[in-house]
Design a protein around this ligand. Structure first.
Ligand SMILES: *[C@@H]1O[C@H](CO)[C@@H](O)[C@H](O)[C@H]1NC(C)=O
Ligand SMILES: *[C@@H]1O[C@H](CO)[C@@H](O)[C@H](O)[C@H]1NC(C)=O
Ligand SMILES: *[C@@H]1O[C@H](CO)[C@@H](O)[C@H](O)[C@H]1NC(C)=O
Ligand SMILES: *[C@@H]1O[C@H](CO)[C@@H](O)[C@H](O)[C@H]1NC(C)=O
Ligand SMILES: *[C@@H]1O[C@H](CO)[C@@H](O)[C@H](O)[C@H]1NC(C)=O
Ligand SMILES: *[C@@H]1O[C@H](CO)[C@@H](O)[C@H](O)[C@H]1NC(C)=O
Length: 826
């Protein structure tokens, strides 16, 4: 279980941070809504409907910065797990939204602009009250108590005890962890009256539970009872009319709160709540092997245990979108098979791609099976099982697994142009370290973490029968046996150049000539950094790129590979995206997205006056964005990363003046030691004026070094001048000295700021306006924000790393005041 907790902990904190705190004001907790009553979004944690025992609350639930749903949640679970959502696909604004029990009898969810996001069908009925029952059922009833509408009739992804699943209801998974949106997995009664799990995606639909290899009678189901009814009782036993039966592992205990949830990963799990610490434990799972869930890795994708769940692409294929495995893989351009051209079949031993067979026939020789596929242009591959001679020609490849428990091989059609393709699965962990930023329908920005491949093993180890664990070990060992025993197969992908390209193939590999072309032979120079020179280029598809030639060749390869392995996994809107690379002879070149507005130092320090100077809003936005990017690097990536060279030169601004941090040349991978501190491996370098004092002391560099540099940047955002220039002039007119002097001066400046900040409000305000802040702002800034930012900056540049706040805490502070735009010039 320990491993489980460490895996889940970061996601858990993320969740906690974004939830309405269940303990704040008690002012508006109600048990009943009468006609005319409403619940307002503004006090999401206090204005709630509470069930008699207090087990369930109903109210507004925060799903993103400014996006809320009307939901029922478990009040006693630590992360306030949602049991039901009214408007899962259309969240409403965090201001001005209401749930109103209208005088016509309907319960209506109104967005800030009056738009109705959701409503019950009880308008014109004698509806009298809205109550939340102890079962978690939100009910609209008449004066006599008969139910006119109930949330139990409209399940989302969760069934509660005594909430039946019937002919008209289905569970639909969430699209990603922590998001409310509808995903592709469904739990429902099919036309055969059988309870099913199905992946119902944009391209394919595919059943995966109960065992799709078997007929319903072999699965111990019955198709003859058309009442289509199933439910979980309070003791933890589930029964249904099709004879689906399963029990929680703690069956019989009626005092436990349970839920049956179709999780976003497509697995159906029964959970019990631990009353002690408010966490959930899975007590039953439909598919002990997560790779049996269909659609999980998309088209051509292969699901495997390494030993954790991971999606990969077979050789010759590249991920379509590394941040979203449901998009699967695609053939690399030159591997496309054209109809009629000479082909051969590359063997993928131990693989299976489930489904999409045409012309399945048992008892064929392999040669006959091969011929069937060869003669059909639509056939992409065939599966063949030795012994039984089962032949499965496939028109498309989905639901890939490796190695498969059923011994069969897949033979992939490859054009003869391609020599010696030996399909093998590469270890490509595309799920790691990915952030999906998307807009809610209300125009706010989503900020959620997806770690799709980290979930399943949790339940696997902890709750399943020993037999399954044995099976897991078998699978893992099987993998090692098949792939590791063959050095040619296992070494591929990392060693030779081609394999290297495949390993990181979600970005493109460029040739030197190509880059020379698109940059006009490296003429348009954008700038020079510590590790190389940056040029501008335009790709054939019109995208502008920044091309960085690394010039320190003795170290370049190492730097290069470290950059590749780090940047390749990073995707965040406040970090510059990498689109490719070139590694040819002595050339080591990185290809980044081009960021329009140049770097922050140009915007901030050059002498643009009046209109051209960055306004306060932009500066605050930049501070928040940079903090988000750094917090992501420090706290959210699975590999924790210290930037080590945070300075205005490394902060680029896009067209909307949103910041993007660049230059990961100094980034090294970090490991967490026992104390949870970040420990630096290898040598690092920083930039004068921005480096923390611990650099000089030879102690391990942690994320707190970035916090220090960020503090300096904050001061510069406010002041509009380099701290290093300004310290010398303002404090005592000393000449620029060495790094030590610069830091001593900074500390003196900090003392000075502290002194001024202690003074009364009026004095402090005039000091800030007249002496401290950038005169180009002409006093046009929020004192509230500036004072908070200054205070934050001072704490960030503390000499003692342990007294500096973490980047997460810094971000939280900045976000707290982000919305004070209305009091801006107060
Ligand atoms: C509202 O919809 C539910 C489910 O479809 C139905 O059972 C109920 O009768 C409807 N109520 C009214 C008042 O139409
Ligand atoms: C069906 O039930 C029989 C007898 O209880 C059992 O042996 C068999 O394993 C079950 N089959 C499945 C697929 O659960
Ligand atoms: C069909 O299923 C329902 C609900 O589980 C049950 O009450 C009923 O007895 C079943 N009918 C038959 C014929 O088995
Ligand atoms: C579930 O538990 C009940 C006792 O609570 C038992 O009668 C039943 O056989 C169990 N069902 C299964 C499928 O294990
Ligand atoms: C992943 O891609 C699919 C389309 O294939 C899209 O519908 C879905 O929203 C994407 N998911 C995320 C989290 O971006
Ligand atoms: C988010 O919304 C803003 C403003 O409506 C828009 O400019 C931006 O392109 C949207 N971003 C995404 C990722 O949809």
């Amino acid at each position: 279980m320990r491993g489980v907790h460490t895996i889940l902990a970061p996601a858990f904190f993320l969740l906690l941070a974004s939830l309405p705190s269940p303990t704040r004001s008690a002012s508006l907790r109600r048990s009943t809504l009468y006609r005319g009553d409403s619940i307002a979004v503004e006090d999401a944690s206090g204005d709630v409907l509470v069930s008699p025992s207090g087990n369930f609350w109903c109210g507004f639930y925060k799903v993103a910065t400014n996006a809320y749903t009307l939901a029922v949640w478990f009040a006693r679970s630590a992360d306030a797990t949602v049991a039901w959502t009214a408007n899962r696909d259309a969240p409403v604004n965090g201001r001005g939204s209401h749930a109103v029990f209208l005088r016509d009898g309907s319960l209506v969810l109104q967005d800030f602009d009056g738009h109705v996001a959701w409503m019950t069908n009880t308008s014109g009925t004698p509806a009298d009250r809205v109550v939340l029952l102890d079962t978690g059922n939100l009910v609209v009833s008449d004066a006599g108590g008969s139910i006119l509408w109930q949330s139990f009739d409209w399940p989302t992804d969760t069934l509660l005890p005594y909430q039946p699943i019937t002919r008209y209801k289905r569970l639909v998974s969430a699209s990603a962890k922590g998001l409310p949106y509808s995903g592709y997995y469904n739990f429902y009664f099919d036309s055969n009256n059988i309870l099913n799990l199905i992946y119902d995606g944009p391209e394919i639909s595919s059943n995966y539970w109960p065992d799709p290899f078997k007929q319903w009678w072999q699965n111990n189901r019955t198709a003859y009872n058309s009442s289509r009814y199933g439910s979980l009782d309070r003791y933890g036993a589930f029964t249904a009319s099709d004879h689906t039966r399963f029990n929680a592992s703690d069956v019989g205990d009626a005092g436990v709160m349970r839920r049956l949830t179709l999780d976003y990963d497509g697995n159906l799990r029964l959970y019990s709540l631990d009353n002690g610490d408010g966490t959930w434990h899975a007590t039953w799972v439909a598919l002990p092997r997560q790779c049996d869930v269909h659609g999980i890795c998309g088209r051509y994708g292969v699901c495997s245990y390494l030993p954790e769940l991971a999606c990969s692409c077979p050789e010759g294929f590249v991920p379509s979108d590394a941040s979203n495995w449901s998009k699967g893989c695609r053939r690399r351009e030159f591997y496309d098979v054209r109809c009629g051209e000479p082909v051969y079949f590359a063997e993928m031993p131990g693989f299976d791609f489930w489904g999409f067979d045409f012309n399945y026939t048992p008892g064929l020789t392999m040669e006959t099976c091969r011929k069937i596929c060869l003669d059909d242009c639509d056939c992409q591959a065939f599966g063949y099982r030795m012994g039984t001679g089962e032949c499965y020609p496939k028109i498309t490849l989905w639901n890939g697994r490796a190695p498969d428990i059923v011994k069969q091989n897949i033979f992939l059609k490859v054009p003869t142009r391609i020599k010696g393709l030996k399909p093998a699965v590469l270890e490509f962990h595309g799920h790691d370290c990915t952030v999906h930023e998307r807009n809610a329908s209300v125009g706010s920005s989503y900020f959620q973490h997806v770690r799709g491949n980290k979930i399943s093993f949790v339940y696997f180890y902890s709750f399943l029968a020993a037999a399954f664990v044995v099976e897991a070990i078998f699978i893992a060992v099987g993998y090692l046996f098949v792939f590791r025993a063959d050095p040619a197969a296992s070494g591929r992908g990392v060693r030779d150049d081609e394999g290297y390209a495949l390993l990181f193939s979600h970005f493109r590999r460029f040739t030197y000539d190509e880059l020379s072309d698109v940059t006009g032979k490296f003429t348009h120079k954008l700038g020079r950094g510590a590790s190389g020179t940056v040029y501008k280029g335009v790709l054939d598809d019109g995208r502008s790129i920044a091309v960085k030639r690394l010039d320190d060749l003795t170290q370049a390869d190492e730097v290069f590979r470290s950059e590749m392995s780090v940047i390749g996994r990073i995707n965040h809107m406040n970090l510059v995206r990498m689109w490719g690379f070139c590694s040819e002879h002595s050339h080591r070149i990185l290809v980044y997205e081009f960021v329009e507005n140049g770097s922050l130092d140009k915007a901030l320090f050059c002498d643009a006056g009046g209109e051209d100077a960055l306004g306060w809003r932009s500066r605050y936005k930049i501070a928040v964005g940079v903090a988000k990017g750094l917090a992501y690097l420090h706290h959210e990536c699975l590999e924790w990363i210290v930037h080590c060279d945070v300075k205005p030169e490394n902060i680029l601004l896009d067209a909307e003046l949103d910041p993007k941090i660049t230059d990961f040349g100094l980034v090294k991978l970090l490991s967490r030691d026992a104390c949870g501190r970040l420990v630096m491996s290898g040598r690092v370098q920083g930039t004068r004026g921005y480096v923390a004092p611990e650099w000089a002391m030879g102690v391990p560099i942690t994320g707190k070094a970035d916090v220090y540099s960020f503090g300096v940047v904050l001061v510069e955002l406010m002041r509009g001048r380099r701290v290093s220039d300004w310290v010398v002039v303002v404090v005592d007119g000393r000449e620029e000295g060495d790094e030590d002097d610069a830091r001593v001066d900074l500390q003196r400046m900090v003392e000075w700021i502290r002194g001024e900040m202690k003074k009364g409000d009026d004095e402090r305000c005039s000091w800030m306006e007249e002496e401290f802040m950038d005169p180009r702002l002409r006093g046009d800034f929020s004192h509230l924000q500036a004072a908070a930012m200054l205070e934050l900056a001072v704490s960030c540049v503390d000499d003692d790393p342990s007294r500096r706040p973490s980047m997460d805490a810094v971000l939280q502070k900045l976000l707290l005041l982000e919305d004070t735009a209305s009091m801006r010039y107060a």
